[in-house]
Design a protein around this ligand. Structure first.
Ligand SMILES: [Mg+2]
Length: 234
């Protein structure tokens, strides 16, 4: 320990938040059946496109210069960025509206419906725990009717806990590279898809280093998953 340079501890890729464990253990997972674990924002839901619509109503716009919201949301009138201190309230406002007006990623519902004939599907999304039911209901209303787990922090631990129960091939989709890396560390056999619905964001970020496939399209993700399952004997 060095008191002069207190480094924050690195997040543990295997950690699972206490509130997530009971949700995982309540899932009706079938042993021996492949499992597809999908993030929601920017994978099933057009997060950036929805945010831009909301920002318009606030006289703001998103200047996609980097993979960050803070500093890139600017006033239409002055061009000044929204200050970091004002971001939480702005995003709370967006999430409150977004729950009721989701823009689903084209082809997601149809691809998952086809995949659900061969695999079990779980949505693993970092939303506040109290928002879980509303999010599940709005996804279901748009044809994405699968169990939703409200996660907190990295996702590796949660994916591993599910994988240990199914003992079958696991596929994981997320737009955030450190979530993909945490799953790579927690459960190495998982097939990792770096999915970003917004092509501008996908270009900006490039392929996540630990991922096996990078796409903005559900048709391509479905083909990749089908092929992996076939190779794994399913
Ligand atoms: Mg996401």
């Amino acid at each position: 320990m060095n008191a002069e340079s207190p480094k924050p501890p690195k997040p543990d890729p295997l950690a699972i938040d206490e509130a997530v464990i009971p949700q995982l253990d309540a899932l009706d997972l079938i042993p021996g059946r492949p499992l597809v674990v999908s993030d929601a924002d920017e994978v099933l839901i057009q997060f950036v496109a929805g945010l831009e619509l909301y920002l318009e109503t606030q006289g703001l716009w998103l200047d996609l210069q980097s993979f960050a919201l803070t500093g890139n949301i600017k006033s239409r009138e002055t061009g000044e960025p929204v200050l970091p201190a004002a971001m939480p309230a702005l995003l709370d406002g967006f999430f409150a509206v977004q729950t009721h007006s989701l823009l689903v990623v084209p082809g997601a519902a149809e691809a998952l419906a086809r995949l659900s004939e061969r695999a079990q599907i779980v949505v693993l999304t970092n939303v506040p725990f109290e928002a879980r039911e509303a999010r599940a209901a709005s996804l279901a209303a748009q044809g994405i009717d699968y169990p939703v787990v409200a996660n907190k922090g990295l996702k590796g631990g949660a994916v591993r806990r599910m994988a240990e129960r199914v003992k079958a091939p696991v596929v994981f989709l997320d737009d955030i590279p450190h979530n993909i890396s945490s799953v790579a560390k927690a459960h190495a056999p998982t097939h990792l898809i770096h999915f970003i619905a917004d092509p501008r964001l996908a270009k900006l970020l490039g392929q996540a280093p630990d991922s096996h496939f990078h796409t903005t399209e559900w048709s391509a993700a479905e083909d990749f998953i089908s092929e992996r399952l076939k190779v794994d004997g399913f």
